[in-house]
Design a protein around this ligand. Structure first.
Ligand SMILES: NC(=O)c1ccc[n+]([C@@H]2O[C@H](COP(=O)([O-])OP(=O)(O)OC[C@H]3O[C@@H](n4cnc5c(N)ncnc54)[C@H](O)[C@@H]3O)[C@@H](O)[C@H]2O)c1
Length: 465
C-alpha cells in the first residue's frame, strides 16, 4: 500500500515507521524543514525506544522517506494520514488550524480517489470539516472527485509507542463507507493477526472514543490524587489504599498511582478540549472540570511541600531535582509537572540542579541558559550543594539510589517524592525526612524551625509524612 503521513511528530513518525516495517511504502511529510533535514540525515528528533532502528531499517529498504514536498506527498498515497498537532486554542478547545491546513493541501492537489485518515485527536465533527475543506478546494479547481474521510484515533503511549502500534489493544476505525472500512482492514491486517482488534463504528463515535479514553484515564489519576490529599489529612497511607482497591477486579491496579499530577501532550489538552466541546453544545461537564482542577493543584503539591519544610523565604536555597520529562522513557516536556515546580521555585529565588536521563536537551531548549538552572551529568551531581531533593519522574535509575550519598550531600537530609518511590519507614530509619504523596501528615518535628504553619494542614501533627 502507498501511504502518506502528514506530520512527523510522535504519532506521525511512529505510525510511518511501523506501517513501513510491515511492507508499506510510506512518505512522511512535514512543514518543519529542519525536522525533515534531520530525519533525512538519520537523526531522529524525538526520543522513543526502538524508533531509531525502525526508521533506519525502513529508510535503507526504500520503504520510508521524509519530505517537505507536498505535491509529491499528496500524489504518493492512496491513504493520506493526518497526524499533525491539535494544540489547545486560547479557550482550551482543540485548535484545528493544522488539520484543516492539511485538508486544504490535499484538496488543492488531489487528482484521484483518496482516503483521508484522521489520526490526530480531534473533536466530534472534525471529519465533516475536513470533508468540507477538501470539497471546497476541489470546487475551486472545478474538479469532481470521490474521496472518503475516516476517523482512526491513535492510542499509542509515548515511551512504549512502537510496541503499542505493533501490538495494539484495539484499532478504532470510524467510517461512513463500507468500502473504506475494508481497505483499512487491509492496512491493519498485519497488526491484527493474534485476535480481532479492529473496532469499527461511525465517524462521530470514533472521534469521541479517543477523548473518552484519555478523559477516563485522567479521571483515574485525579481521583487518586484527590484521595491522596485526604489521606494526608487523616493520616492514612494512599499506597496501602491503592493496593486495597486495586485488588478489586472492577477497579484493577492500572492507572491508580497517586503522584504530582499528569502532564504530557494529551491528557491536559484533551480533558480541556472535551470540556469545551461540551460547553459548545450547552452541557456543563462538571466532572471534567474537577479532574483538571485537581490536577492543576496537584502539580504544585511538591512546591508547597518544599515551602512548608523550608519556610516561606526560599530565596538562596538550592533544590536538586530528579526527573524532568512528564513520564519515563520520553523526552517530552509538554505540560510536565517539573515545569510548574521549577518555575515556582525560580519565582522564589531558588536555584535548581537538575538531572534527567533523556529530557535535559529538551529542557535546555525550553528554558535556555539561566543561572538558576544547573544541568548535572548524573543524579549524584545534582545533590552536590543542594538543600533538598525533589523527585518528579519515576525513571528506573531513581528507584534504588545511594541513600547515604543523598543524606551526605544535602544540607538537609530531605526528599520530596512526587512519585512515591520509597518507603517512609525506611527513610525514617535512614534519618531522611521524607515527604511523598498521600502518605500521612507532615509532622511538625520534621518542619524546620523557621517554617510557617502550613495552610493546608490544620490537624494535630502526630503522624509521619
Ligand atoms: N503524542 C502522543 O502520545 C499522542 C498519542 C495519541 C494521539 N496523539 C494526537 O496525535 C496528534 C499529533 O500529536 P504529536 O504528539 O505527534 O504532535 P507533534 O507536535 O509531535 O507533531 C506534529 C507535527 O505536525 C507537523 N505539522 C504541522 N502542520 C503541518 C502540515 N500542514 N503539514 C505537515 N506537517 C505539519 C509539525 O511540524 C509537527 O512536526 C495530536 O492530535 C495528538 O493529540 C498524540
Amino acid at each position: 500500500m502507498k501511504i502518506t503521513i502528514f506530520g512527523s511528530g510522535y504519532v506521525g513518525l511512529v505510525s510511518g515507521a511501523c506501517l513501513a516495517e510491515v511492507g508499506n511504502h510510506v512518505v512522511c511529510v512535514d512543514v518543519d524543514k529542519d525536522k525533515i533535514v534531520r530525519l533525512n540525515n538519520g537523526d531522529v528528533p524525538i526520543h522513543e525506544p526502538g524508533l531509531d532502528a525502525f526508521i533506519e531499517r525502513n529508510m535503507s529498504a526504500g520503504r520510508l522517506s521524509f519530505t517537505t514536498d507536498i505535491d509529491h506527498a499528496v500524489d504518493h498515497g492512496l491513504f493520506q494520514f493526518i497526524a499533525v498537532g491539535t494544540p489547545p486554542d486560547e479557550d482550551g478547545s482543540a485548535d484545528l488550524q493544522y488539520v484543516l491546513a492539511v485538508a486544504k493541501s490535499i484538496g488543492e492537489r488531489m487528482n484521484e480517489y483518496k482516503i483521508i485518515v484522521d489520526k490526530s485527536t480531534v473533536p466530534v465533527g472534525t471529519a465533516d470539516k475536513v470533508h468540507a475543506e477538501i470539497s471546497s478546494e476541489l470546487n475551486k479547481r472545478a474538479k469532481s472527485m470521490e474521496f472518503d474521510v475516516v476517523s482512526n484515533p491513535e492510542f499509542l503511549k509515548e515511551g512504549a509507542a512502537i510496541d503499542d502500534f505493533m501490538k495494539p489493544d484495539r484499532m478504532v476505525i470510524g467510517t461512513d463507507n463500507p468500502r473504506t472500512t475494508e481497505l483499512l482492514k487491509v492496512i491493519y491486517a498485519p497488526f491484527n493477526r493474534n485476535h480481532e482488534r479492529l473496532v469499527t463504528m461511525d465517524i462521530r463515535s470514533a472521534e469521541l472514543t479517543k477523548y473518552a479514553a484519555n478523559a477516563l484515564l485522567a479521571t483515574k489519576i485525579s481521583f487518586m490524587n484527590e484521595l491522596s490529599n485526604i489521606a494526608e489529612q487523616v493520616g492514612a497511607d494512599i499506597e496501602k489504599v491503592r493496593l486495597g482497591i486495586g485488588s478489586d477486579p472492577r477497579i484493577g491496579y492500572h492507572f491508580i498511582y497517586p503522584g504530582c499530577g499528569y502532564g504530557g501532550s494529551c491528557f491536559p489538552k484533551d480533558v480541556n478540549a472535551l470540556d469545551r466541546s461540551a460547553k459548545e453544545i450547552g452541557y456543563d461537564a462538571r466532572l471534567l472540570k474537577a479532574v483538571e482542577a485537581v490536577n492543576a493543584s496537584q502539580k504544585e503539591k511538591i512546591f508547597h511541600k518544599i515551602k512548608r519544610y523550608f519556610g516561606s523565604n526560599l530565596s538562596g536555597k538550592t533544590i536538586a531535582l530528579w526527573g524532568l520529562a512528564f513520564k519515563p522513557n520520553t523526552d517530552d516536556m509538554r505540560d510536565a509537572p517539573s515545569r510548574i515546580v521549577m518555575e515556582k521555585l525560580w519565582e522564589c529565588g531558588v536555584t535548581v540542579r537538575v538531572y534527567d536521563p533523556i529530557a535535559m536537551d529538551e529542557t535546555k531548549r525550553i528554558y535556555g541558559d539561566r543561572t538558576d538552572l544547573v544541568f548535572c551529568e548524573n543524579p549524584d551531581m545534582a545533590l552536590e550543594g543542594s538543600d533538598g531533593l525533589a523527585i518528579l519522574t519515576e525513571w528506573n535509575v531513581f528507584r534504588s539510589p545511594d541513600f547515604f550519598a543523598i543524606k551526605n550531600n544535602l544540607s538537609h537530609p530531605v526528599i520530596f517524592d512526587g512519585r512515591n518511590l520509597y518507603e517512609p519507614e525506611q527513610m525514617k530509619t535512614l534519618g531522611i525526612d521524607y515527604f511523598g504523596i498521600g502518605r500521612g501528615l507532615l509532622s511538625q518535628d520534621t518542619v524546620l524551625s523557621n517554617c510557617e504553619e502550613p495552610q493546608e494542614t490544620k490537624r494535630e501533627p502526630n503522624l509521619v509524612a
